[in-house]
Ligand binder design. Structure first.
Ligand code: SOE
Length: 384
């Protein structure tokens, strides 16, 4: 029997558009999914650029108006990979049209937008997902499994950093990710959102936060034409940076665990260090995206003379997702986290099950982002 076809409409074609396109292209090739993914239409405002993206990534059609993609009766899923200022309008329109809504993080630029988006998908009863892709790294999924099995015991600490350095040069241009009206916030929504998601996924819900946001470079050259790798040409005119360059906070989780979170684009030398350490009563685990196939594990029950962190290569067929790819030791990379997420989303959507993470996760994440901002503004702890 032939499988149903799931037609995707992707809005956005830059960095995330490329990562999502690759995931749609690969998912059926590595996973035995209950539907065949069809890369139906990719959409972007610049016709020349989106036409080129359609050809390069292998989309059947391209479109310059997202409303036409939503109106197309053939399309089942609207994937939103645009800058944040467009998420809410597109997501709400897509949900109202009965389309599944899969969205990049953070889902909205404000808590109110995130709530409206969550309400729209819940009311329309459409399938919904958020691209918190790092949950889907095999080593992170293994950490989750170990925690659920009680291998770490009671969790005491979640110590997370997300460190980048791509704007440390004061002459790096004022790209959209540095403009509040487009991105909503800086490092906070862009990369703190990821470690907040890992905290919620691995440890539990947040109870209280105390935050500090800071902007080191207050003016930058205006950005000319942007490229697909975060950069752009710099102009000679200057403009104001309206978002944070670094965002840090302390947290208490509802289950009593304590968390520290640090997100910055000024950790010179750290390109994309998304890393956490979890300490529990029975042991600890350490993850670093830059060595994403590995999970360090310390088992407190090991005999004293053998104690120490062991390095697990999460590439064995018995590890989450790993069996879909290569023989043990044949490592996978960043792009596979998106392939895994798409494979899970397609499976659960077709089987009528909730997708993880979904827009409710997106909203809960945004409640934490918002609480940290309010804590910074008021210089006090904020309860969620
Ligand atoms: C840029 O900081 C960025 O591409 C983020 O937008 C992504 O969400 C993160 O996964 C990697 O860094």
């Amino acid at each position: 029997m032939s499988k149903p076809v799931l037609n995707i409409g992707l809005i956005g074609y830059q960095f995330m558009g490329k990562a999502h396109s690759n995931a749609y292209r690969q998912a059926n090739r590595f996973f035995d999914l209950p539907a065949d993914i069809r890369m139906h239409t990719i959409c972007g405002r610049n016709e020349g650029a989106v036409k080129k993206a359609a050809e390069t990534f292998g989309w059947d059609n391209y479109e310059t108006d997202w409303r036409k993609v939503i109106a197309n009766p053939e399309i089942d899923v609207i994937d939103i990979s645009t800058p944040g200022n467009l998420h809410a309008e597109i997501a709400i329109a897509a949900a109202k049209a009965g389309k599944a809504v899969w969205c990049e993080k953070p889902i909205g630029n404000t808590l109110a937008e995130a709530k409206a988006m969550m309400d729209a998908v819940l009311e329309a009863k459409v399938a919904h997902a958020v691209f918190h892709n790092y949950r889907k790294a095999p080593a992170v999924a293994l950490a989750k499994k170990m925690i659920m099995e009680g291998k770490l015991g009671t969790i005491y600490h979640f110590r997370a950093v997300y460190l980048q350095d791509w704007i440390a040069d004061p002459n790096f241009p004022l790209v959209w990710r540095l403009q509040k009206e487009v991105a909503g916030s800086g490092t906070h929504g862009d990369i703190n959102a990821h470690i907040i998601d890992l905290g919620r996924h691995l440890v539990g819900e947040f109870d209280e936060v105390c935050g500090l946001l800071h902007t080191f470079i207050k003016q930058r050259p205006l950005a000319g034409e942007i490229d697909a790798n975060l950069g752009a040409k710099a102009s000679t005119q200057m403009g104001d940076v309206t978002v944070d360059d670094a965002a840090m906070f302390l947290a208490k989780f509802k289950n009593g665990a304590l968390g520290t979170f640090e997100a910055t684009r000024f950790a010179v030398g750290r390109k994309n260090k998304n890393s956490f350490e979890i300490n529990g009563s029975k042991g600890s685990v350490v993850f670093n995206l830059e060595k994403m196939n590995e999970l360090e594990y310390y088992n407190n029950d090991d005999p004293g003379d053998l104690q120490g962190f062991r390095l697990i290569q999460a590439t064995d067929g018995s590890h989450p997702y790993a069996g879909h790819y290569w023989p043990a030791g044949h490592i996978i990379g960043y792009e596979h986290t998106f392939v895994n997420l798409v494979a899970d989303a397609v499976t659960n959507m077709v089987e009528g099950k909730p997708i993880s993470p979904d827009m409710v996760d997106g909203y809960e994440n945004q409640r934490v982002l918002d609480a940290v901002e309010r804590s910074h503004d008021s210089r006090t702890w904020v309860k969620l």
